[in-house]
Ligand binder design. Sequence first.
Ligand code: ASP
Length: 365
Amino acid sequence: MPRCKTVLSLNSGDSEGDTLIDQNARPQITVYSLGGTIASTKSGGVTGGVTPQLSAADLIAAVPELRDVADVTAVTFRQMPSGDLTMADLVALARAIEQSFDTGTDGVVVTQGTDTIEETAFALDLLVRSSRPVVVTGAMRNSTVASPDGSANVLSSVRVAASHDAMGLGTLVVINDEIHAARFVRKTHTSNLATFHSPSCGPLGWLVERRARVVLRVAPLADFGRVPEGDAPAIALIKCSLGDDARVLDQLASLGYAGLVVEGFGGGHVPARVVASLEKLAARMPVVLASRTGSGELLNETYGFPGSERDLLSRGLISAGVLDGPKSRVLLSLIMLTDAEPTHARALFETVAASMHSNDVTQQR
Ligand code: ASP
C-alpha cells in the first residue's frame, strides 16, 4: 500500500514533486546508523574504553515505544567514530536516503557520533533533494553509563521524521528534545547533554509529551546541481589567532589544496600581515571568509582597515554569510566536487549562502 501521496507543488523545482506524508497511514521510517557514542559499548580491547559496535537494529530494539510511532527499517550503514566519516560516505548516504524515499519511506533518521553532526547534517541538507524529513541524532552518554540519552533521542527523532510539520525543513538535528536546522546547529560542549545550540536563531521547535512542535521554518536552500560520487577535493580550514602570521597559507597550493575557508576575527577580519597571502590564494582558488565567533552574519560594508571584511571581499574572498567555518567548508567541498571551476564555485557558493536567509520562493528546490 502506498504510504506517501504525491501532490502538485506550487513552488518546487524538485523533479519528483513535493510529497506529503499520508497522515492516515502508519509512517514508514528508515533509520541509518553510522556509529558514534550512541552505538558505543565496552570493547574488551586492550586500550579499554567504549567503541562503536551496536547495529541500527540494536538501537531500534532498545526503544520498544517506537512500535506506537512508526514502522521502522534499520540499516547499519557505517560503524565508526564520526570524525572518520568522509564526504564520500555522506554522498553515498544521501543516495541511499533518496532511494529509500523513492521506495516508500516517509522519513529518515540518521544516528551517528555527535562530534561532527554539525557538518554531516548540513552536508545531507545540501545533498538530499526530497522535502521529506531527514533527522540526524546521536548521544552524549554511551550505553554503559547511567542515564544514556541515545534511546530518548532515537524516539524523538523518529517522532519528528514521522511528523508532517517536519516536511520541507531540510535536514534537522534532533537531540535533547530540541529540533534544530542543520544550517545553524553547533556542538558547544564536550560532554553536556544540552550541547547542541543554534546560536544565530535558536531551535526550530521541540518535543513535548509525544508531539513534535515546529514553531519556526527556514528558507529553502538553493540547488547547485547533482553532486557526483567520489572524494571531494581538499579544502583547508584555517582559524586566525592573535599574533599568528599564518605562514601556512603560502604552502596551501603546493600541498594540493583546491580551496580555503579562513575563519577571521569578529565580523570577518584578519591581521594586515596575512592579506597579501590571502589575495594571492584567492586569485587561484576559492577562498571563503567566515567568522570564528560561531554566530551571526559576516559583515560586508563596515570596516575599512587592511584585513577588514571590506578589504578582503574587495580582494576576491567570498563571504560565508551566515555559515560558520566548518559548514562553509562542507558547502565549498560539495560545490567543488560538482564543479571545480573556481569562478563557478564562487558564484554557486554565493547563491547557496544567500539562500540561507532568503524568502525568495523562486530559489526553492
Ligand atoms: N563523542 C562522540 C559522540 O558523541 C564520538 C563520535 O562523534 O563518534 O558520538
